[in-house]
Design a protein around this ligand. Structure first.
Ligand code: MN
Length: 248
């Protein structure tokens, strides 16, 4: 059975609609397509703030995909907003932190992309650079202007990581972020770095699959099939969880 992958939604104000200005809880189709191509059953988890309903969202999925989006409220990691902070949405922050906490408590696999790596790091007690210009020695363009599937910069992958099993020693990734992980959450290891020392991936030590990357593999799966392998790895973990949950 195709495992159910919950994809966290972004709240946006939609203009191209019968009801201009309406708020929508939705995801980019590339996440959906990548989950289907990797063998999963995608469902969208809309942004809600009812604790019991969030718990049910975490219960009905076999794996959690934490998606890209805007900035995370810096108060959540003990900082005041700096000048270069961009749009924040505390409702989405709270929803996703609850989901990550609950899904992890149920030992379900979690995969984070872009904002997702930042959210997971903050949810487990880490911090962020509110803007990459704060990172000492940064010189690479991490907010590329080219097409989304274009591989922008090199990423070095750490040995003895789950990411290494998928990519080997390095991969070339797209880059659409102005923030990055600063202090890594306790219990996590860095599994990927750019040449200027920006953290491009983290994963949790131990048995549970909690892996996150700073780039957008969902936009690269057709031109670079290795990027689909990362989704397949995650969906395989979700299938394992599903099989185990169906045992009598
Ligand atoms: Mn980057």
């Amino acid at each position: 059975m195709r495992p159910v992958i919950g994809i966290t939604a972004n709240s946006i104000i939609a203009e191209n609609t019968y009801f201009p200005g309406s708020e929508r809880s939705c995801v980019n189709v590339e996440y959906i397509q990548a989950v289907v191509a990797a063998g999963g059953t995608p469902i969208v988890l809309p942004v809600i703030n009812n604790q019991t309903a969030i718990h049910r969202q975490a219960q009905i999925i076999d794996g959690l995909l934490v998606t890209g989006g805007f900035d995370i409220h810096p108060l959540l990691y003990g900082e005041e907003p700096f000048e270069r902070l961009e749009f924040i949405d505390p409702d989405r922050d709270n929803h996703e932190i609850e989901l990550v906490t609950m899904a992890h408590g149920l030992n379900k696999p979690i995969f984070g992309i872009c904002r997702g790596i930042q959210l997971i790091n903050v949810a487990f007690g880490g911090s962020l650079y509110q803007d990459i210009s704060q990172s000492p020695g940064s010189y690479i363009k991490h907010m590329q202007k080219s097409k989304r599937e274009v591989a922008g910069h090199t990423v070095e992958i750490m040995k003895n990581s789950r990411l290494y099993e998928v990519f080997g020693e390095f991969v070339v990734a797209n880059s659409f972020h102005h923030q990055a992980v600063k202090e890594v959450a306790a219990g996590f290891m860095v599994n990927a770095l750019s040449k200027d020392g920006i953290i491009e991936g983290i994963e949790k030590a131990g048995a549970n699959f909690v892996v996150a990357v700073q780039w957008h593999p969902e936009h690269m799966i057709y031109r670079y099939p290795v990027m689909l392998n990362l989704f397949k790895r995650f969906v395989t973990e979700a299938a394992k969880w599903q099989q185990q949950s169906l045992l009598p």
